[in-house]
Design a protein around this ligand. Sequence first.
Ligand code: FAD
Length: 447
Amino acid sequence: MSAHASLAEVLTGADVLRAASTDRSGWPATDPGGVVRPRDVADIQSLLAWAHRTATPVIARGAGSGLAAGAVGVEGAIVLDLSSLDRILHLDQDEQLARVEPGVITADLDAAASVHRLMYAPDPGSVGISTIGGNIATNAGGLRGAKYGVTRDHVLALDVVLADGTLIRVGRDTIKGVTGYDLVGLFTGSEGTLGVIVGATVRLIPRPARTATAAAYFAGIGAAARAVTAITRSGARPAVLEIIDGPTLAAIDDLEGTSLRERGDALLVIQTDGFGAEEELDVVTAAIAPLVSLLETATDAAASASLLFARRRALPALEAIGRPLIEDIAVPRRRLAEAVERIAGIAREEEVRIFVFGHAGDGNLHPIIVTERGAPDDPVPAPALRAADRIFALALELGGTITAEHGVGRLKRLWAQRELGPDVHALQLRLKELFDPRGILNPGSSL
Ligand SMILES: Cc1cc2nc3c(=O)[nH]c(=O)nc-3n(C[C@H](O)[C@H](O)[C@H](O)COP(=O)(O)OP(=O)(O)OC[C@H]3O[C@@H](n4cnc5c(N)ncnc54)[C@H](O)[C@@H]3O)c2cc1C
């Protein structure tokens, strides 16, 4: 690896390799050949030029919080750890944008924006640990997605190092602009397979002057899902509209010492924001009144923050009780109730435990199949795999998608091909070939 002599750090210690070997998907760990922590963009260019020449695989990695086995070890590959490139380079209050390095933690950018009464809107459940680079590479969604959309809606420009080491800039630092093809859109969600994101200009928006939050409990998740349709029809547009089923509430209670489960069999966490936040929440609560069994309004910021915190703990709570197989489907919102009822049927028929929570305002459900925790390399039990397969099929049958925000990674490749169909899949392979003719960028992932 003589070409690495100019690089800041090439690490091959067992602990470092192990830490870079997998993500939060539960994908079996494989140690990569080495981990590179670049000092700057020039280091990344040198690494990729060398990797391109020698056909060495490179796996870009942010925080490793991914749930699709994207940033996982591949034998002989170099993991490019971008977490130390973590500066907010410029925050422009008048233009309402920020230029950042890829390793900035999502919550840190939002906190920096809040000083100027601005907000970085995308807020994945992992907001406190994930990086902006990882968010862009996966086109992450989040709790505020019901109103503010996904990461793509907030990315204006990207600095990208291509597979051969060339540095390009796509997009622009203006709020509007349409010159050329939308390469920002192409790189966003490309999961490290088309280039390495080394910088980004992201949009900031005015921080809402007010928020109003409610916890609506229901006798079952079907009723909660029907309430989502009622809210959509009401004309209100909550910023947060999260669904959590009873078994997940119980798991959160066990982890956090809360008492959510005793209040109902399903919960919608609803937050409206903006100058008319309280009035809009009134519209929402009136719309769902016939379906709700208990309604609590969070009257102060601490109560509302603790509700959102509880929602963010849903996945860690399930990780604490077993081995989760994480799904990430989206269906048209009017079919949410049908989706949750049929997922319950799949759980009964396959005799597996399936917990459901998700970003209901986006039609995005995370059915989590939890099996006994065995050794990390134990295969996933056949009934769990069958259930997962049936949930993917259900999503497509209902006119939805197999992954709404976590990405394809290694976990969902075959299903992605099925969703895309042969013509679109072939077109995507040709794009990959164009950007990465030697196939060094995150091989085995996404396509
Ligand atoms: C508790 C918990 C809650 C979560 N909640 C959400 C949620 O609400 N919404 C959601 O969308 N996701 C969620 N996730 C998943 C995860 O946090 C997101 O996918 C996140 O965007 C990954 O960021 P990361 O920095 O950890 O990326 P990593 O896991 O390190 O990488 C993810 C993918 O991006 C690629 N990549 C990373 N950085 C770059 C770069 N600079 N250039 C090119 N490619 C790169 C990697 O190769 C990999 O394919 C959650 C995860 C956890 C553990």
